[in-house]
Structures are given as C-alpha cells and as structure tokens.
Design a binder for this molecule. Structure first.
Ligand code: TRP
Length: 370
C-alpha cells in the first residue's frame, strides 16, 4: 500500500510518542487534582476482557484504582468486554463462568454496585448498533496502521486478521462514547484507542452537526494515565495468565506461598533493590512494598544477607496479609451466584438506558428518527 497517511492517521500513530505522552501525563495530573474538588464532572469508564481470573498485576495495575476513583465520588463504569474476547481468539472459552468471576473480582476489590455500574457488551444492543455509523467514520488504512491492532495481531502468533480484530478499536470507541464517559484510566499502550475514540466523536460532529441540542452528541474522553509500576511474573517475564506466572486474586494463602517459593531469584545472598541489575529480586521487593511492607529499599535492608528464602518469606506474608480481606470477600461472593447475576443485571439495565438515549441522539443527528 502506497497511500500517504492523513493528519489524523499520524495523530493516531503518534499517540504514544514522547511529546504527546508528556502532554497526557501533565493532563492526567491536572485531572487528578480536579477530581478531588469536582468529582461530579467526571464519568470514568474502564473495560476488561473476561479471559480468566484476575491476578495481582491487574490489581496493582488498574483494579485498585476503580475503588479509589469510585470513592472519590466519580460516576464509575466497568465493562466486562465479552465481545472483545473473540478479537484475538476463535472461541470464548467458559465465558459465563469468566464473566461472573470478573464481577466477583470487581466487587471483592471494593466496587460498590450502588455507586458503580458493571455491565457486559453482549447485553447492550444499542451500544453495539453504534458500530455501524462509527465504521463509516474510519478508513481501512487508518485501522491497519493502528498500533493496538498491530500489536494484537503480533500477539496472536501468525493467525489471520479477522474483521473484528481490524475494527475492534471502533468497537472500543462505542464502549467509551455510548456512555458519555469523559475519563478513561489507561496504561500508555491503550492511548491510541482513546485517540481513535476522540477522532470518531469529532468526525461524527463534523459530519452530522449538532442537530440534537446545543451540545455535541458525544463527549470527548480523556486519558487518566496510570503511574502504577509494572509487576513482573514469578519467572521474571511479563506477568500474564498465558505464561502461568501469576498469583491470582482468588488464590488461597497456601497456594500463594507455594507459588512464591518457586519464584525466580538470583544467587546473590545479599538482597538489594536494583530493578535494572536484579529484576526478579527487585520485583519481589516491589510486590511486598505494594502490599504495605515499606519502601523496597528498606525491605531489602531489613532482609540483608538473609537470601532468597528470607525474601520470599517476607513477600508471602505481605501478600497474604494484604489480600486476606479481599479474598474472604471474594469467597463469600463466589458462593452467591444469584447476587452476582443481580448486580450484572442491574448494570446491564443501566447501560441499556444510557445507550438507548445516546442512540436516540445519534438517530436525530443523522435524521433517522422515524
Ligand atoms: N481493550 C481493553 C483490554 O484489552 C479492554 C477494554 C475494552 C477497554 N473496552 C475498553 C479499556 C474501554 C478501556 C476503555 O484490556
């Protein structure tokens, strides 16, 4: 293909370059300060694919912030992205079980269904219908250049690209835009998605005007960049379920101890915090630190020449103590499927209400309101 990228395509490809990253970081700090004063201005939206049980990487990466943001008074929306599961794989797996497990995890970490909305893609027809007009607002080459599509494709290891994989940034834009969210907590790898959603919102307004009221049909979502440190898996590689190197939220204290015992370290007896030189040992120190055991350097100093055995003991105690209440709550919730279905049903109803209202506005703007 010899097409030259348009300005919009460049903006998309550059969504993670240094200058725009610096802008996003600065803007995130501003938003964070404003949330403390004006939480009512924000609707936060986040999504998770129900591909298996949530682990400590998810928890410290994003999940813990759901409760924080909710408790600050922000209207919080959490999507169980069930349709997105089939973007990069052929089958959905035991999807019902996984969806309910995700609802359980969300509630266990403190998402309160009275204040937050948790719902699933497949239950909201009006949201999915936005996919059609949105698809008319993007070009094929723009999608092919989308950095998230590219990296998803690489991750599938040579599988042919499905139409859904190519267009999933558009579907993800329907997630964010249908519910009029203006705040999306993301890691920097997800910034191109947000840029795509903003572009679609802009183009919709440009093409169909503001026929609805005196305001645009869609709000412009902004990123809240997470500063969470990246936790590595127990083998020192990227933490991910497929690598079997995770500790899951729902694991018992014994299972946790067993896994940590096998965690990779190095042969140096004196424990030091040196993320570049000693990634595995430093990762364990960070994990203990995130679980409230103090600064990683302090923990290292306390352990001194106690070696990997002492380090693992400290980490195991910290993790098990920190997650004990979450795990207890999780077990209680998991035993009550009716309640989980009720929470999801309420969230779906709420999402349908908002999606239908947005679709109404879209129909009006497109003069298709008959
Ligand atoms: N793509 C995200 C992931 O794989 C999940 C997701 C779906 C999402 N829709 C979203 C994230 C909307 C933020 C906003 O984890």
């Amino acid at each position: 293909m010899t097409q030259t990228p348009t300005a919009a395509e460049e903006a998309l490809a550059n969504a993670t370059n240094d200058a725009s990253l610096a802008r996003s970081i600065a803007r995130s700090a501003e938003i964070e300060a404003d949330i403390a004063v004006n939480p009512g201005r924000y609707r936060m939206f986040t999504g998770v694919r129900p591909t298996g049980n949530m682990h400590l990487g998810h928890y410290f990466g994003t999940m813990h912030s759901w409760k924080t943001i909710q408790d600050a008074g922000v209207d919080t929306w959490i999507l169980v992205a069930d349709y997105q599961v089939i973007t990069d794989r052929d089958a959905v797996g035991p999807i019902r079980e996984r969806v309910l497990s995700l609802v359980t995890d969300a509630l266990a970490v403190g998402v309160d269904p009275q204040r937050s909305t948790i719902f699933a893609h497949s239950a909201v027809p009006a949201q999915n219908q936005l996919m059609l007009p949105f698809l008319s607002l993007v070009t094929e080459s723009e999608l092919h250049r989308n950095p998230t599509v590219k990296s998803e494709l690489e991750a599938t290891g040579g599988r042919a690209m499905s139409g859904l994989l190519l267009t999933y940034p558009v579907h993800q834009a329907t997630d964010i835009l249908f519910c009029q969210a203006n705040l999306v907590p993301v890691g920097k790898d997800q910034l191109p998605h947000l840029e795509q959603a903003r572009l679609i919102a802009q183009r919709f307004d440009k093409r169909y005007g503001r026929a609805v009221k005196d305001h645009p049909v869609f709000r412009r979502p902004e990123a809240l960049l997470s500063q969470a440190p990246m936790l590595l898996g127990l083998d020192g590689e990227k933490m991910s379920k497929s690598r079997r190197n995770t500790i899951e939220l729902g694991m018992s204290a014994d299972e946790t101890a067993k896994l940590l015992k096998k965690a990779k370290t190095d042969s140096e007896r004196v424990i030091t915090y040196d993320p570049a030189g000693r990634p595995e040992v430093s990762n364990l120190l960070m994990l203990a630190s995130l679980c409230g055991a103090g600064a990683p350097e302090e923990i290292a100093e306390r352990i001194g020449d106690g070696g990997a055995g002492a380090l693992k003991k400290v980490v195991t105690e910290a993790v098990n103590e920190f997650f004990a209440p979450i795990r207890a709550r999780r077990a209680e919730l998991a035993a009550n499927e009716d309640y989980l279905l009720e929470v999801l049903g309420q969230g779906n109803a709420r999402a349908n209400e908002v999606a239908e209202k947005t679709l109404d506005d879209v129909r009006t703007a497109m003069h298709m309101n008959y």
